[in-house]
Design a protein around this ligand. Structure first.
Ligand code: HEM
Length: 550
């Protein structure tokens, strides 16, 4: 290999400045680059140490190492920081930012800050690597947020029936034929009998089965019929998110400046972009069709009016209403809604199997509503609100398995003074350690105990009936955030999960395979996922015990 010579020209010819003998050029370059990286990493650590740092072994540790430790051990690092600092701010190092983690005494401060001072959207885009994952569109405006708050949530009552219809359709489609069921014996039974096959125990992967249910129900509400049953849309709405998370989990391992380059080599990045294009190809003609029906003064069918897409079209300003931007937003909404709700429902199912004593009281509660209100398809949103035990179980399951260990992310757009005089610098990325807070014995007594009816019992207290619900945010229960920026889809999520679980729990029995216990969750960075490959057994219940539908 060639020796390296740095030289300057002189009147005498070439004058060698350095001669590295046997050193080869790649080694020298690597050493220089590595040295510069270590030095800048160490300097940035020294200068950014205003708050105690957790998850680093020494001040001089390269960021990449601390970052990888957070990727593997986020929960331990955040718990250690929270328990050590409790009432004070601490930080941890990620390759993309030094994240400040605030104690819950600041929740009120944060919820009151206007978005022009502390932006949740900038923080979400940063956290989800928006420019590499097509999520940056939400920076353009808040149409997605407004549509959920002003249209979807107030209309939940009229959306209940379409959601139930879609669950019925999913049961027919997914659980009474071979699709979605990973057992060859079932396929065989279906082929010979063409009838309900799962009166015997069959194997399912709940992650996939429930993902399919949630995607179908969400699509019905996001797009209306018949587009909601379009297989291409169902693929886009589920696979876009999966690819975003693959990109995100991978990119987060490396410094920001490498992302543009790494993007070129990540199939998940190409796929994510391809799904956005596919969504535009499907939805732009539909948006134009709906606009032209209206422009021509034709009667718009209800199905075309009462869905998220039409509501977005209705309330968008002319600048916001460009068809391809609306299509892109629909994909982003799918990311915000489908996997979050699906994961919650899967965790509930696993927790019910792990704590089977809760199942019968929950079924009793469902039967009581049937006795009072009649068959399932007579139910409105109010009937689902009566399922207080199920609601409590969902909240406890979420406490044990939050989708993320951090919430209330904000990026500060200016220096910000908190109520006790603490000043946070412009540009800081702040968040709340939601999991550590809700597992603090001062917040949740005996936090290590899974008490499925914990919140049900709390709601029995005087004046507490409307509190402690799955969708209620509180200053120390932050899985949906808290305040004006709290998740605008949480009421929809609560109803959707209940509708799916009621039908599944009444019509099917479930059990772990071969005496297996609850499948362990998968953790990457601050995210927690149910194991996507875990299998359980499922069997249809006798007709007399199933939910009367009509
Ligand atoms: C169990 C399910 C869900 C969980 C745990 C969840 C959690 C969250 C959290 C923690 C936030 C951030 C709040 C903050 O910044 O303080 C958020 C924001 C949001 N969520 Fe949800 N969510 C869920 C379901 C949904 C659903 C079903 C939808 C849509 C129908 C939705 C749409 C959104 C949107 C649009 C935002 C705001 C993004 C922005 O600020 O631009 N979420 N959600």
């Amino acid at each position: 290999m060639a020796n390296i010579t740095f030289s300057v020209g002189t009147t005498d010819g070439v004058f060698p400045l350095f001669f590295f003998g046997t050193l080869t050029s790649p080694w020298v370059i690597a050493t220089l680059v590595g040295g510069a990286y270590m030095l800048s990493s160490a300097l940035s650590q020294v200068f950014s140490h205003k708050y105690p740092v957790f998850g680093v072994s020494s001040q001089l540790e390269p960021i990449m190492v601390s970052n990888f430790r957070f990727f593997r051990h986020a929960e331990d690092i955040l718990n250690e920081g929270y328990q050590t600092c409790k009432d004070k701010i601490f930080q941890f190092r990620r390759a993309d930012t030094d994240m400040l983690v605030l104690p819950y005494k600041y929740v009120e401060d944060i919820r009151r800050l206007p978005n022009s001072v502390a932006s949740p959207t900038v923080a979400h885009v940063h956290n989800l690597m928006g420019s590499s994952t097509n999520m940056h569109i939400i920076l353009r405006n808040n149409l997605h947020f407004r549509t959920l708050q002003l249209k979807l949530t107030p209309n939940l009552n009229s959306l209940t029936r379409p959601m139930q219809e879609e669950v019925n359709f999913a049961v027919e489609k997914e659980l009474t034929d071979s699709e979605g069921i990973c057992n060859q014996d079932v396929l065989w039974i279906v082929l010979i009998s063409n009838t309900f096959a799962i009166d015997e125990w069959v194997t399912i992967k709940p992650y996939h089965t429930i993902l399919d249910f949630v995607a179908r129900v969400s699509a019905r509400i996001f797009l209306g019929k018949p587009l909601c049953r379009n297989p291409e849309w169902l693929e886009v709405s589920t696979q876009f998110t999966e690819n975003v998370f693959v990109s995100l989990v991978f990119l987060r391992l490396f410094p920001m400046w490498t992302h543009g380059f790494l993007n070129w080599f990540m199939p998940s990045s190409y796929k994510g972009t391809a799904y956005v294009k596919k969504a535009k190809k499907l939805l732009v003609p539909e948006i134009n069709r709906r606009r032209s029906v209206e422009a021509q003064g034709h009667v718009v069918p209800d199905e075309d009016k009462h869905n998220l897409l039409s509501w977005m079209m209705e309330i968008a300003t002319p600048k916001e209403g460009e068809a391809s931007a609306l299509a892109h937003l629909e994909v982003v909404m799918s990311l915000a809604s489908i996997h979050t709700s699906q994961m919650n429902a899967v965790h509930c199912l696993y927790d019910l199997l792990a704590h089977p004593g809760y199942l019968e009281p929950i079924r009793q509660e469902i039967r009581a509503v049937v006795n009072e209100a009649g068959p399932w398809m007579n139910w409105s949103k109010a009937q689902f609100s009566k399922l207080r035990r199920l609601d409590s179980f969902m909240r406890e399951s979420q406490r044990f398995n939050p989708p993320t260990l951090l919430s209330m992310h904000r990026v500060l757009l200016q220096n910000t003074k908190l109520s006790d005089g603490t000043v946070l610098a412009k540009g800081a990325h702040i968040s709340m350690p939601v999991n550590s807070i809700q597992n603090d014995p001062e917040v949740t007594p005996e936090p290590e105990k899974f008490d499925g009816f914990r919140y049900y019992n709390l709601r029995q207290g005087e004046g507490q009936g409307h509190l402690h619900q799955f969708s209620t945010t509180q200053d120390r229960i932050l899985n949906f955030g808290h305040g004006p920026n709290a998740c605008p889809g949480r009421f929809f999520a609560s109803l959707e999960i209940k509708i799916i679980l009621v039908r599944l729990l009444m019509d099917y029995d479930f059990k772990f395979k071969h005496g297996n216990g609850r499948p362990a969750n998968l953790c990457a960075h601050e995210f927690i996922f149910p194991n996507p490959d875990a299998e359980i057994l499922m069997r249809r219940r006798p007709t007399s015990e199933r939910l009367p539908l009509y």
